[in-house]
Design a protein around this ligand. Structure first.
Ligand SMILES: O=C(O)c1ccccc1NCC(=O)[C@H](O)[C@H](O)COP(=O)(O)O
Length: 208
């Protein structure tokens, strides 16, 4: 089956157009001020307005106040929400929108417990853990920690780039992959050639 690709942390309509031209299935918009990829709702709305049909738009939040999510949703037509902190299920499902639960793979994380605590999540994005950053670290975690029993689709993230994503797809067989820093020219700006190379390698990993 084809492995989907989400390109995360887009900050301009041009970068989003290049992601779609490269074959991205989904784009991620980061609503988390400390991130170098954070976008204001107005800029995010302009990015979404320029997209062609059938590209899924995911809004990322880290332990947000509910009102902050509502404010973004009033201005930006998000298809899905992605929660990247320690949000409980009740918060994740409070907005009437399908959601993805990100799980940062700290050494002591009980992934099965997190999954059980989020029965309404449409998928689980597994990412590297770092104490000082909530995401977009450019670091990989040990892919052998991804369980073979998967109650919901797994989105593999963390330190993926054109040089390693084919191997990641072969080893983990995820539903989708997610990348941010691995396809950047500098934090917050995507490199069209790297996005093309990344998605070609995703396909190579699927068919090899
Ligand atoms: O990208 C960020 O700066 C970010 C900040 C805070 C929370 C989440 C963030 N990104 C979320 C993503 O889905 C990234 O694509 C994922 O963490 C992988 O990042 P990378 O290792 O840089 O590919």
């Amino acid at each position: 089956m084809r492995v989907r690709t989400k390109i995360c942390g887009l900050t301009t309509p041009d970068d989003a157009a290049a992601a779609v031209a490269a074959g991205a299935d989904a784009i991620g918009l980061v609503f988390h001020d400390p991130s170098p990829r954070a976008v204001e709702p107005e800029a995010a709305a302009a990015i979404v307005a320029a997209l062609p049909p059938f590209v899924t738009v995911v809004g990322l939040f880290v332990d947000p106040e509910p009102a902050a999510v509502e404010t973004v949703m009033q201005q930006v037509p998000l298809d899905r929400l992605q929660f990247h902190g320690d949000e409980p299920e009740a918060l994740c499902r409070a907005f009437g929108r399908p959601y993805i639960k990100a799980v940062r793979m700290r050494a002591d994380i009980d992934l099965a417990a997190v999954m059980a605590a989020h029965p309404a999540a449409s998928g689980f994005l597994l990412d590297a853990w770092r104490p000082d950053r909530a995401g977009g670290t450019g670091e990989a975690f040990d892919w052998d920690r991804v369980p073979s029993q998967r109650p919901r689709p797994i989105i593999l993230a963390g330190g993926l780039e054109p040089d390693n994503v084919a191997m990641a797809v072969q080893r983990v067989a995820p539903w989708a992959v997610d990348v941010s820093s691995g396809v950047e020219s500098l934090p917050g700006r995507k490199d069209p050639a790297r996005m093309q190379a990344f998605i070609s390698e995703v396909q190579r990993g699927t068919t090899d």
